[in-house]
Design a protein around this ligand. Structure first.
Ligand code: COA
Length: 339
């Protein structure tokens, strides 16, 4: 994969508080192997994939059509030449997900090697990411990206979606609040262990199994540009429950393969998103029937864990996941700031 070597901006050395001299510079073509190594040295927590190749890192971090080497700022120790950390800034999509909204900046990735922590490298990277975002027209920034808003790392960070930073990997609140970001917002990760949990049984579910057909397709239907740039490299399937006879669709949903997490988690896992029941068909238990049917099929394909991301105030989806035996296992967080 070829990238433009960035000469746009003079690198600036900066003296950290303990006389560490760090060069902050845009991405160079030769960086991916070092950034890939840094990723594996930073203990990014349970929601970061590990054990993948450098090609995979490049695919998920640097191959998007809006990739800008100036948005990936690398901190390099001037004396040893070691990479101390990097930050990756990007933009959220516009309302119809057909392009980027440059007024909405995001900090999509941030990591500092353990040897360089508590020496203000992280703070300086965030400051420079904000400068980059401001220079491109951003009015606000969400550190962590936000649900379905993160432009990079779908497939290798966060599980189903890199919708925020993993709570367990860093003291994010202390870090971001130390330079003026507001209260964190949480995204819940719910998982169902398909091996240990048992399907609920009731008369309504049995009736649905008799009257509904499950239709599975691998053709993305009406997906947006934003969907293709984020999920296009991953396996995906669409599931629909059709009423026998009329063929009306009473519920639909999508699954995204998470095979890049196998080396880390040791099991096959799949993310479920976009569960939808048409307004006229609601409160009949179709969403639950669909979720359980998807789980049953995935179990037959040796998938052991199914994951969904839900906002804490989305009571309807939380109740639905609860009925389908999902449990909250983790949390991702984001922080917001006006620029
Ligand atoms: C979060 C992280 C980037 C911080 O980098 P850093 O260079 O150590 O941060 P700084 O030195 O700039 O810290 C600035 C302030 O944040 C707060 N802070 C940072 N780390 C802290 C910690 N471990 N405990 C408490 N406060 C902390 C402090 O207020 C600190 O100021 P102080 O040292 O004067 O007290 C780093 O810990 C890291 O890389 N963690 C893993 C990142 C990760 O999981 N990334 C995945 C997303 S892609």
């Amino acid at each position: 994969m070829a990238f433009v070597i960035s000469l746009f901006q003079e690198p600036e050395p900066s003296l950290a508080k303990d006389n560490l001299t760090v060069l902050y510079r845009p991405f160079h073509n030769s960086d991916p192997p070092k950034l890939h190594q840094l990723w594996h040295q930073c203990a990014l927590g349970p929601n970061a994939a590990e054990g993948f190749s450098c090609d995979v890192f490049e695919l998920f971090a640097c191959s998007q059509p809006y990739w800008d080497p100036r948005g990936m700022i690398v901190a390099q120790d001037e004396v040893s030449g070691r990479i101390a950390g990097f930050v990756h800034a990007g933009f959220a999509p516009n309302a119809d997900q057909s392009g980027l909204d440059h007024s909405k900046g995001t900090i999509c990735g941030l990591m500092v090697h353990p040897d360089f922590r508590r020496r203000k490298v992280g703070s300086e990277l965030v400051r420079r990411a904000e400068d980059y975002l401001r220079s491109k027209g951003a009015k606000s920034v969400v550190a962590g990206g936000g649900p379905e808003q993160n432009a990079f790392y779908t497939g290798i960070y966060g599980g189903l979606d890199p919708s925020g930073f993993c709570m367990k990997s860093a003291t994010w609140p202390q870090f971001f609040q130390s330079f003026g970001y507001n209260e964190p917002k949480e995204i819940l990760i719910l998982r169902r262990d398909l091996v240990r949990s048992k399907d609920p049984v009731n008369a309504k579910l049995l009736r649905h199994r008799r009257h509904l057909n499950l239709v599975i397709t691998d053709r993305p239907t009406n997906e947006s540009w934003w969907w293709f740039v984020r999920y296009g490299h991953l396996d995906s399937l669409r599931f629909e429950l059709h009423e026998k006879g009329t063929e009306n669709i009473v519920a639909s949903g999508q699954i995204i393969g998470m095979d890049l997490y196998i080396p880390k988690w040791g099991v096959r896992s799949v993310g479920i998103r976009e569960i939808y029941v048409p307004e006229s068909q609601r409160r009949h238990g179709y969403a639950q029937a669909l979720l359980l049917e998807i789980c049953r099929r995935l179990k037959g394909e040796s998938v052991e864990v199914v994951e969904a991301h839900v906002l804490p105030d989305d009571k309807v989806i939380l109740d639905l996941c609860n009925l389908a035996k999902f449990e909250v296992t983790d949390r991702l967080i984001t922080f917001h700031r006006l620029l």
